[in-house]
Design a protein around this ligand. Structure first.
Ligand SMILES: Cc1ncc(C[n+]2csc(CCOP(=O)(O)OP(=O)(O)O)c2C)c(N)n1
Ligand code: SF4
Ligand SMILES: [Mg+2]
Length: 310
């Protein structure tokens, strides 16, 4: 476990620069800033169509001060596989120039991951391509005006679910587990040290790594820009968002979520929902549905951990 002091000493460098066009309080920006502090400048970023793709901006006023490539929506993971292959070829032709130290990072939205990019991602995972794929999850297609994605939670209002979504959120980390890749983790922007540590770990693992970050979005979720960290924190405290890692098939609950293994320590879900306009029409029945989803997630995760301990 890194300490705040160690992290601050090591991570004062900024790689995703201020003055970009993210909305105030954007969760994705916090996620990428902290991810890059852990990964450092020997990183190449692949960005499928998304808010990030736009926020990156146009040269010479681009927000990242490290190499990046904007990519077609569906092609994030396959493009990254190609980028990594190019680095390997460079390392072979020009040894001792540091090409073998490059990290190939995909930073994609939930629409670009759980819907449109899933085929390329599944292919890269099956090949165990040496990439770090990150889904920053703001739970809708925000860049085009808040349409539902398969990662939008049950009951949330979007422009395409005006009465609240009728289906549960697709559990992408779980789908990635079925690919048996070496490393999977969930993160939250409210736990930057946990996020930092997980990215440090992922950087040093050969093969396909997948990290899923809950990244609240003030205009999309309907709360004030100053409350992004609070929203992400309430998601953990209510048990709705569980932080965990799967290293070579072994699952562990992360420190920030351990306390909430005990349901009596969790805050009532309504405390999280009532602060967001997207849940303004949630009924008693929907609340029960949402709570059932949370209880099921915990049941599954804890039974898996119990089984691996036997
Ligand atoms: C093939 C294709 N379809 C649609 C679009 C339009 N488009 C650009 S960004 C975007 C939304 C992306 O949503 P998500 O991946 O969740 O990222 P976010 O905008 O939420 O950051 C859409 C639909 C596109 N660029 N390419
Ligand atoms: S719409 Fe949401 S995800 Fe997109 S830049 Fe604004 S706050 Fe960030
Ligand atoms: Mg999104």
């Amino acid at each position: 476990m890194v300490t705040i002091k160690e992290t601050l000493n090591e991570a004062c460098e900024e790689y995703f620069l201020p003055g970009n066009s993210c909305c105030a309080g954007c969760g994705l920006e916090i996620a990428l800033r902290w991810a890059m502090k852990a990964l450092g400048p020997k990183t190449a970023l692949v960005t499928p169509a998304s808010c990030l793709n736009v926020v990156i901006g146009l040269w010479p006023k681009t927000a990242p001060n490290f190499p990046f490539i904007n990519m077609a929506f569906a092609a994030g993971a396959s493009a990254a596989t190609g980028v990594d292959a190019a680095f390997k070829a460079k390392a072979y032709r020009f040894p001792n120039q540091g090409w073998d130290k490059m990290t190939t990072l995909v930073f994609a939205g939930d629409g670009g991951t759980t819907d449109i990019g899933i085929q390329a991602l599944s292919g890269a995972a099956e090949r165990n391509s040496n990439i770090l794929y990150v889904c920053y999850d703001n739970e809708a297609y925000m860049n085009t005006g808040i349409q539902r994605s398969s990662s939008t939670p049950h009951s949330a209002i979007t422009t395409t679910t005006p009465f609240g979504k009728q289906r549960y959120k697709k559990n992408l980390p779980r789908i990635m587990e079925a690919h048996e890749i070496p490393y999977i983790a969930t993160c939250s922007v409210s736990e930057p040290l946990d996020l930092y540590e997980k990215f440090k770990k992922a950087k040093d693992i050969e093969g396909c790594k997948y990290i899923h970050i809950l990244a609240p979005c003030p205009p999309g979720w309907g709360y004030g820009a100053e409350d992004t960290i609070e929203m992400a924190r309430l998601a953990i405290k209510s048990g709705l968002w569980i932080l965990y890692e799967v290293e070579n098939g072994v699952k562990t609950i992360s420190k920030a979520s351990k306390k909430y293994v005990d349901p009596s320590k969790r805050i009532p879900l309504i405390e999280y929902l009532s602060k967001q306009k997207r849940f303004r029409t949630v009924s008693e029945q929907q609340l029960i549905k949402l709570q059932e989803g949370i209880d099921k997630s915990w049941k599954v995760i804890l039974s898996e951990i119990e089984a691996q301990e036997k």
